[in-house]
Design a protein around this ligand. Structure first.
Ligand SMILES: O=P(O)(O)OC[C@@H](O)[C@@H](O)c1c[nH]c2ccccc12
Length: 257
């Protein structure tokens, strides 16, 4: 399943690249105002921080929400106290786009994450050209040399990688490339099963100085408290925010734990 998702994103990126060659996107990426400092925005404090996700659909859950105006939703997230915004840009299964990311970038002043299946430098340049400050790298989808080179490219462009893991082995690979922002995704991207205790099982293996992000499986404030108690600095929430009525209220509730 993960390889299908990666293959789809790469195919779509290749199609875009045939319309807009790498050199053009590179120039645009470099001409962008510098990326925001996501490591500073997500640095640990005595309160949990939240990355709030703009998510229309998912392969496991199908359509989640009609999001007519992603910029307006992101503004609600920012006003509600989110520390960063995640925007799904994968088109086929998640219904996202780079246009969503650009719209969000134009409407908020906190860091914005490109959430997609990244396997090629072209996608990283595209992310920067669209205004992303953060780019997701899924360890399970990349061999180590590619993980290392994409991580380095993200850094060279002034952005921050959120390096996503699902196991102790993947965590070791993230640490090996000196990732500063590491996520543990409760959702297994091959089976789509959720394990809300995976973060707690792996958190102790994340070295001091690395920002710890718990991803997925938050339905309510208790789930945020569960991740916080297990050592999460940051929690990434999608579904509960797009399906839960007033996102500002939901965020206030989650940030109060
Ligand atoms: O909707 P949830 O369960 O709150 O999950 C959000 C986020 O963690 C999830 O969208 C996600 C985490 N890693 C990913 C990788 C690709 C696509 C999606 C994801």
């Amino acid at each position: 399943m993960l390889s299908d998702l990666l293959a789809g994103s790469l195919e779509d990126a290749a199609a875009r690249q045939s319309l807009r060659p790498l050199a053009e996107v590179e120039v645009e990426a470099l001409a962008r105002t510098p990326a925001l400092d996501a490591l500073a925005a997500l640095a640990p404090t005595d309160r949990v921080k939240i990355i709030a996700e703009v998510k229309r659909a998912s392969p496991s859950r199908g359509p989640l929400a009609e999001i007519a105006d992603p910029a307006a939703l992101a503004t609600q997230y920012e006003l509600g106290g989110a520390s960063a915004i995640s925007v799904l840009t994968e088109q086929r299964r998640f219904g996202g786009s780079l246009a969503d990311l650009e719209a969000v970038r134009a409407s908020v002043s906190i860091p914005v994450l490109r959430k997609d299946f990244i396997g090629e430098p072209y996608q990283v340049f595209e992310a920067r050209a669209a205004g992303a400050d953060l780019v997701l790298l899924i360890v399970a989808a990349l061999d180590q040399p590619r993980l290392a080179s994409l991580h380095e490219l993200i850094r060279e462009l002034g952005m921050t990688a959120l390096v996503e893991t699902h196991s102790a082995d993947e965590l070791a690979r993230a640490i090996d490339i000196d990732a500063r922002l590491v996520g543990v995704n409760a959702r297994n991207l091959s089976t789509f099963e959720l394990d809300p205790d995976l973060f707690g099982a792996l958190a102790d293996h994340i070295p001091a100085g690395v920002i710890r992000v718990a991803e997925s499986a938050v339905k309510n404030a208790d789930d945020v408290a569960h991740y916080r108690a297990a050592g999460a600095d940051v929690v990434l929430v999608g579904e509960a925010l797009v399906t839960g009525g007033d996102p500002r209220r939901t965020l206030a509730d989650f940030l109060a734990v």
